[in-house]
Design a protein. Structure first.
Length: 198
């Protein structure tokens, strides 16, 4: 299997590795309350984005076609730009019942968006195999949520001090900040948003 990897695939695996370690750092923060190295969880998601950009660059440049490329890229993206940002939000205090439902919605939308892209890529291509546009917002746009959470963490606007507070809604609690995730998820599964693919 290792022999089948291309340079692009190695960047994709770097993407997945960064997302996974970011999740581990979040779990460590929850378990031990150690924030000395927690900022690395944010940085790693930006490194994951850089790896995602580089794997696209090398995939376009390479003459050797990866047999794993598209699927590997989607799986890495769901870890780094779906699950990791959701875990980051949970770690910083978005732990109400409605919060968890919204975070799960965000992840499910990311999975759905990536699956749709893989299935419809041929139909969306211009005949050359190159996809002309993204249908729905690309999942790496969740890095914007990571940026917002990074600012919140730097300003200690986490846990009980989360921006916009928390509200009891029926049987569970919701933090309005989770609406960022709801909006991002809805954008990913939208059929009307079309973004030109570079």
């Amino acid at each position: 299997m290792v022999r089948s990897y291309t340079i692009a695939d190695l960047f994709t695996l770097g993407n997945a590795g960064c997302g996974t370690i970011s999740i581990f750092l979040c779990l460590n923060y929850i378990a031990e309350g150690r924030n000395k190295f927690f900022w690395i969880a944010f940085v790693l998601l930006f490194v994951a984005l850089a790896c995602d950009i580089m794997d696209g660059y090398w995939a376009r440049r390479s003459r050797r076609q990866s047999v794993l490329g598209a699927d590997l890229d989607s799986l890495a993206d769901i870890v780094s730009f779906g699950v990791a940002p959701a875990v980051l939000g949970f770690t910083l205090g978005l732990r109400g019942g409605w919060d968890m439902l919204i975070l799960a919605f965000f992840v499910v939308c990311g999975i759905s968006r990536l699956a749709r892209f893989n299935v419809t890529a041929a139909a969306l291509s211009d005949g050359s195999g190159k996809v002309k546009y993204f249908e729905g917002t690309p999942i790496p746009t969740s890095i914007l949520i990571v940026m917002v959470l990074g600012v919140a963490f730097a300003q200690h606007a986490i846990e009980s001090a989360t921006w916009f507070g928390a509200y009891r809604l029926g049987p569970a609690t919701v933090h309005p900040l989770t609406l960022l995730y709801a909006g991002s998820g809805a954008g990913m599964i939208s059929a009307t948003i079309r973004i030109p693919k570079p």
